[in-house]
Design a binder for this molecule. Structure first.
Ligand SMILES: Cc1cc2nc3c(=O)[nH]c(=O)nc-3n(C[C@H](O)[C@H](O)[C@H](O)COP(=O)(O)O)c2cc1C
Length: 298
């Protein structure tokens, strides 16, 4: 468990993107929530990433399959997804007006996930988020789908610290190295390892199932394909920093959680499992709390 400076205790986070912008989930997840099989209150809900201004990105609720596709292999047992959403979002003001109040009214513990372009935007976002009741702010400067990855990351983190909320930095696989962590370590309360890995890095010689759509992108890979690189990232981070680590990447059952725990993660993040089995992440939390072991998935 991670205990943040504001008293928030984190063991299980629902990964950004898994339960939409307000924690109620995407519309196909609602029936599971209505019948109690999916209970967001068991998690710290990390909202889908927001930017300063609204951003169209590639996600349309009319044809989500053009930018999110499930991928898997019967032979290896892998289950994952590739997504090229590219930060579709209503902008921070829209999120504060329409999404945050819904999460509050439902009693969800919510963390904002933000992607400022530079330190000036980060300062503005910090000011807007400061009065809110947040578990923490997760900083997503590791999204593989956006071409405009910001360069001044330490300055962005310092600006966000002015919100007084705890800061969690979500890392890409490539950011797990002593030089990068050395530059940001003073400005974060915890790390989250790792974000999706670009398709061409994971599968250099394979076409992506979504690249033929008009956006032309291959997407970022999530799910069990990510587990080994994510475990490596958690282990490596533990040799570089003393800050606590949220581990995630392909957690599909209690056994996945145990692997991250053994690698040194203090809390766990579940994403793609919600796409495959929306009812199962709550079972994982129950298994962990009751020290029971359901049959492996994934
Ligand atoms: C459909 C989808 C949307 C996602 N959206 C975001 C996002 O908005 N911000 C972010 O930081 N990560 C996003 N992610 C990455 C997840 O939060 C998570 O870090 C990653 O998928 C690895 O965990 P998992 O294998 O359990 O899914 C998204 C992943 C998926 C599959």
């Amino acid at each position: 468990m991670i205990k943040f400076k504001n008293g928030h205790k984190l063991t299980f986070a629902c990964a950004s993107g898994a339960l939409g912008f307000d924690g109620r989930g995407w519309f196909w997840e609602w029936p599971f929530r209505w019948c109690g099989l999916l209970d967001p209150t068991a998690f710290t809900v990390v909202a889908k990433t927001i930017t300063m201004e609204p951003r169209k990105g590639n996600l349309s609720l009319w044809h989500p399959w053009t930018c999110v596709a499930l991928i898997g292999s019967k032979r290896t047992g892998n289950k994952g997804a590739t997504n090229a959403i590219d930060l579709t979002n209503p902008g921070i003001r829209g999120w504060i007006e329409d999404c945050y109040p819904v999460a509050m009214s439902k009693g969800y513990k919510i963390a904002a996930s933000v992607r400022p372009n530079d330190s000036s935007e980060a300062r503005q976002m910090a000011g807007l988020l400061a009065p809110l009741q947040l578990a923490y702010i997760e900083v997503n400067v590791s999204c593989p789908n956006s071409n405009d990855v910001p360069t001044e990351i330490p300055q962005i983190l310092r600006a966000l610290q002015s919100s007084d909320h705890p800061i969690v930095l979500k890392l890409s696989f490539d950011q797990v190295n002593p030089t990068f962590i050395g530059a940001v370590d003073d400005y974060v309360d915890a790390y989250h390892a790792i974000n999706t890995i670009p398709w061409n890095q994971m599968f250099p010689n394979r076409p992506s199932p979504i690249e033929h759509y008009p956006h032309g992108k291959q997407g970022g890979v999530s799910g069990t394909y990510l587990t080994d690189p994510a475990l490596w990232a958690v282990r490596t981070l533990n040799t570089i920093t003393g800050k606590p680590i949220i581990g995630g990447g392909g957690i599909m059952d209690i056994w996945g959680v145990r692997r991250f725990e053994r690698a040194g993660a203090k809390a766990f993040s579940i994403g793609t499992c919600f796409l495959y089995y929306p009812w199962y992440p709550n079972q994982i939390v129950m298994d962990y709390n009751n020290k029971t072991y359901s049959a492996p998935r994934g």
